[in-house]
Design a protein around this ligand. Sequence first.
Ligand SMILES: [Fe+2]
Length: 396
Amino acid sequence: MDKAKQTYLNLRASVDQLMREKDYDIALKKIEKALQNYPEDRSFIFQKAEALFLTGDLKKSYDITFNLLKESPNDIKVLKLCASQQYLFNNLEVNIKLYERILKISPKDFNSYIGITNTLIHLNKIEEAIYYSKKGLKIKNDSSELYNNLIASLILKKEFLEAFEKVKAIEDINPLSQIPPSYGVYLNEQLKENYQFKYLTEPYDYIREYNFNNENNDFMKNFNDFILDLPMEWEPKYKTTSNGSQTDSDLFHTYKDNSEVKTLINFIIKCVEEYREFYKKTEDLYIKKFPNQYSLSAWAVNLKSSGYQASHNHSSSWISGVFYLKVPKNLNEDEGNIKFSKHGYNFPKNSFVNSNKIIEAREGGLVMFPSSLYHETIPFKSDEDRISIAFDIQSI
Ligand SMILES: [Fe+2]
């Protein structure tokens, strides 16, 4: 092989590796350099669009993708990137058209069934979401994402019995799936069933409170001052924070040398140990398969008057929690407290059935609960800030 060819192949391999390792900034620099020598190379041009998209430069990424699509309108990779861009531009109808085109060219592309059903649910086009999730499941019959979208759609259509059958089907495929402890628990309540799921059946039993002992030091004050100095984003996009701001989710990693951060990490680790010990007699897989190796991510949330967190769960984590650093004084009953429930934010509600459990937000208090459990903050009125540290534990 001649030298020039070898140089090209080495460069190609190195960019591919950086993209696989998600080092998009470095990949981008390398691609720019490669394009100076190979300006017509379609692979590098596409990777530039991809890296720009993944580093958040949507506009530039779109311009490149648009030109690529003009040259080859049936290129699946380009169409998929274009669909993702249109989703973020909130052009959801265009996103659907693009997925339809992909599925016409490549009817077995099951990732596109996931993409199109996500968007259809977002647009409340439930019948179509059911059609595409069932079609996708014929191609990949153990896809957790497609089961998730099918069950969510059936619930929104109040087809509870069929949804329940699908929950049992995914449990057979993957007993650790987060679908039974979220949708399954909801359906148990709606259908007045008491079906025992292998992962867990009664999530309220797994809410446990702890208290940080602050008698002999200024931990709370110092930590509060530290958090107030951090950069925070007001009502971040795709998050549930309303009338409040939050840091990004690598708080514990970025500030791992801060002494208050270290203290809180140690406290959380101790609470996790106690939590596992406390529940050790259960047969539920939530505890029996509790990860021995886990990663801990955390973010601070500062809510202002009328602020709240809308109902949500953290379905990609195992156990979640919140530590209360600052709670306004003189709140009315339940204001600012955390409310757990078995229904997600947009599920059909029947006030005769829907249960909830409220836990008081206390300064120095820490609450842990299964990540699959829906939770929200009850809005409050006060001139004081309400500051909490939320955290997630994920299996590694
Ligand atoms: Fe949360």
